[in-house]
Ligand binder design. Structure first.
Ligand code: SF4
Length: 478
């Protein structure tokens, strides 16, 4: 793997720190919260409370190929397969389900999955072919055991001894799998209403307080004054609840500092997103997706702001030197609509690379750029999430991004998990394609549950989009 640039490394370190500090806080007996991604993080920051983010966690679990196991675990607990994959993963985790490495109970040896691992390479960097199969050999150092579902409650009930030790040792230890359990939950339904029931279930399961900010759907372009008042009054109640949880009084200075940091992070993040406008773009939408963890988990922290500013400086250098980080030449520029299929990132990327398609526009990433001045503007900023604005607003948002970022086509992810996002997508796609004069292709997938993605369908749709863009380009005499 290529060495990360200082900006990228700084961003990775920030996320590690957020999780590590939450684990430490839990060990010290301090309350740790679970928060929805667009809950106003500034409120908990004002109390110095440690908060982690189940959506970000679920994306990480899915990217680590444990999405199916955890989704199935939630279904076995009685949660419907139609519920968002992030919610299913989180509910399974909250119930004590974990992914573990499979071992043989007799020998205690891990059982290696022959399909795992990277190709073995020789001294010249060429893949080593197995003469018996004619296929590339796997590097044994990168091969992993099969995964199986473990239950923390079952392990805790075991008597001390070999079995307990082995099952504990087999638990996976990547950052998202060792996220501390919640002592309170912070829920804001500006992203969707699935969130409300998901967090209510967690609060009930753990018998912990739920702090809820209800954001009404925006039927018009503007956020109505009555809605601003309604939401501000909920902030007051949330502050009272947080005072009880933390045992501290609301600290206005800390709150102002958190707002300042959040604005600084948002501005630097939007600046990074804006570099996708350059032709060729120094960065890709896939790179932005990789930094979603920072903007979700750490936007109220000064180190996140500094790391994004550093990344923006690096991108500025790329633009000056006419270089980029894309591992292939940019032939066409496309918008990727929706959340990526985290368990299938290599499969998503492969046909894009093969056809020179660079993702230069995404809606998901800049949607986290909350810039505001004062409490009323903060409320208004948190009202503008992709799933809480009307179709007209959604079309004009995307149109602006696609024009600025000069896209030749639209690749639409019909994400089975995210019903509110995908439900209006056929009409959104039709209008956008017409307004922009560029073709659109859609594929079925899922952000967390790999059972809902079909690589062959995706490749065919990407191929169709390429052909339509070629036809469009020749018609325009490009
Ligand atoms: S917005 Fe979509 S992806 Fe996010 S939690 Fe809600 S349903 Fe799931």
């Amino acid at each position: 793997m290529a060495k990360a640039s200082p900006g990228v490394q700084a961003l990775r370190d920030v996320v590690e720190k957020v999780y590590a500090e939450a684990r430490e806080a839990k060990k010290r007996g301090e309350p740790v919260g679970w928060s929805s991604s667009k809950f106003p993080c500034e409120l908990a920051e004002a109390f110095g409370l440690h908060v982690v983010y189940p959506e970000n966690q679920a994306a990480g679990i899915a990217a680590n190929r444990d999405g199916e196991l955890m989704c199935q675990a939630a279904e076995d607990l009685g949660y419907d397969n139609d519920i968002c994959g992030y919610a299913r993963i989180s509910l399974a985790f909250a119930a004590g389900k974990r992914s573990a490495n499979k071992f043989d109970p007799k020998t205690g040896e891990y059982i290696i999955d022959p399909n795992s691992g990277k190709p073995l390479k020789d001294a010249d960097g060429k893949k080593v072919i197995d003469p018996a199969t004619g296929k590339p050999k796997k590097d044994p150092k990168t091969m992993k055991p099969y995964s199986y579902l473990e239950d923390l409650n079952e392990i805790a009930a075991l008597p001390d001894g070999v079995e307990k030790e082995r099952r504990t040792a087999a638990l996976k230890h990547y950052r998202q799998m060792i996220m501390p359990m919640p002592d309170f939950v912070l829920c804001c339904n500006n992203i969707c209403n699935c969130m409300t029931k998901w967090y209510e279930n967690i609060a009930r399961m753990h018998n912990i307080p739920l702090i809820m900010i209800d954001v009404p759907y925006n039927k018009t372009d503007n956020v109505e004054e009555s809605n601003v008042k309604y939401i501000r009054s909920q902030f007051d109640h949330a502050i009272e609840q947080l005072e009880k949880i933390s045992g501290r009084k609301f600290d206005e200075k800390k709150f102002e500092k958190a707002c300042e940091n959040a604005n600084r992070t948002a501005k630097a993040w939007l600046k990074v997103c804006d570099y996708l406008q350059y032709k060729p773009s120094p960065y890709s939408g896939f790179d932005l997706f990789n930094h979603m963890a920072d903007v979700v988990t750490a936007r109220g922290r000064v180190d996140a702001a500094e790391a994004f500013e550093l990344l923006a400086t690096e991108l500025e250098e790329h633009v000056k030197n006419n270089t980029n980080t894309l591992p292939f030449p940019e032939k066409y520029r496309i918008m990727f609509e929706g959340i990526p299929c985290w368990p299938k990132l290599p499969q998503l990327f492969k046909p894009l690379k093969a056809n020179g398609l660079n993702i230069t526009a995404v809606v998901y990433a800049p949607a986290f750029g909350f810039v505001y001045n004062g409490l009323d503007e903060m409320v208004r900023a948190y009202c503008k999430a992709p799933n809480s604005v009307c179709l007209e607003k959604g079309v004009s948002w995307r149109e602006g991004i696609c024009k600025e970022n000069k896209v030749d086509g639209l690749l639409i992810h019909y994400n089975r998990s995210c019903k509110p996002w995908s439900g209006y997508m056929p009409e959104m796609s039709r209008r956008l394609s017409k307004e922009l004069g560029v073709p659109a292709a859609g594929f079925d997938g899922d952000q967390a549950d790999p059972r809902n993605f079909n690589a062959a369908q995706y490749e065919t749709r990407v191929q169709g989009l390429v052909e339509a863009m070629e036809t469009n380009a020749s018609a325009k005499g490009k």
